[in-house]
Design a protein around this ligand. Structure first.
Ligand SMILES: [Zn+2]
Length: 275
């Protein structure tokens, strides 16, 4: 679930609260999410200090004195920063006890995410394959990179090798903002549509970062998605024209869009849930 806008805000919050702090103790309550890519014990993080927190695409990267802790929350992983006395949520997998008495906790409702310990970021699955950060791509590079793909535009936007950080939710928002049919194949896009997609990508991501920053505060484990225009809004009126938003399950993911604002015809199998 967390995509570039959420991770950007969470990252800034964690930079402020973690950098310079030492880990006193590590508790791995459920090892199933942990992937140790070193020959050291996971508890070798004890005594090390956080020197940097960054995000790259959908990964959060914590630099410690000698190792990296990398978190790929996937659909359900969340981080939680709280006093160590606070009750543990049921699906708490890993706890890092910090020297200021707080805990950084990894909570994962569906245990889909991963927590990696590594000395080399390129060993983390999927990390090295990522394209440039979606907010760092120039229009020229965006246009050039699109040429490598021939599939449907939604599939291109969520492909981390095309640009890193966009997932199912923000791809729907970008396509809606640009007025582009999600299942249109890349070779059929006009010059104008490519320009609109690029501008929509920047605008949607930047505006979402500011909105989430205002709403999230220190509640970094909660989801803030109510402000989205179409994603998760199947059946509700389109904010632009009032047509009910369509819910389409296709290519293994749910897509929300407006059939009036984003007209097109789907080729191949799909199951319409609504609209
Ligand atoms: Zn509409």
């Amino acid at each position: 679930m967390p995509e570039l806008p959420e991770l950007e805000v969470v990252k800034d919050f964690l930079v402020e609260h973690l950098v310079g702090q030492r880990i006193e103790k590590v508790e791995v309550l459920r090892p199933i999410v942990v992937r140790n890519l070193t020959d050291l014990d996971f508890t070798s993080l004890e005594g090390q200090a956080f020197t940097k927190v960054e995000h790259r695409g959908k990964f959060l990267i914590f630099s410690l004195d000698a190792l990296y802790l990398v978190i790929n929350p996937m659909l359900s992983g969340r981080l939680y920063l709280c006093p160590s006395t606070e009750r543990r949520l049921a699906k708490t997998f890993v706890i890092w006890h910090l020297e200021d008495g707080f805990n950084l906790r990894y909570v994962d409702e569906k245990q889909m995410g991963k927590v990696y310990l590594t000395a080399d970021l390129s060993l983390v699955p999927g990390f090295a394959l990522q394209g440039p950060e979606a907010l760092e791509v120039t229009f020229e590079a965006f246009k050039e990179r699109l040429k490598r793909h021939r599939g449907e535009i939604k599939g291109v936007l969520v492909d981390q090798a095309f640009a890193a950080g966009i997932g199912n939710a923000y791809a729907d928002e970008i396509l809606f903002r640009a007025g582009v049919y999600p299942f249109k194949r890349r070779p059929g896009l006009t010059e104008g549509e490519i320009r609109r997609l690029y501008e929509a990508m920047r605008a949607v991501l930047e505006e979402s970062i500011s909105t989430i920053r205002e709403q999230m505060g220190d509640q970094i484990h909660l989801k803030f998605r109510d402000f989205l225009a179409v994603h998760g809004k199947g059946g509700s009126p389109c904010p632009r024209c009032g047509t009910p938003i369509s819910d389409v399950r296709a290519r293994g993911r749910l897509t929300n869009f407006c059939r009036s604002c984003q007209p097109g015809i789907m080729i191949g199998h799909s199951r319409n849930l609504r609209g």
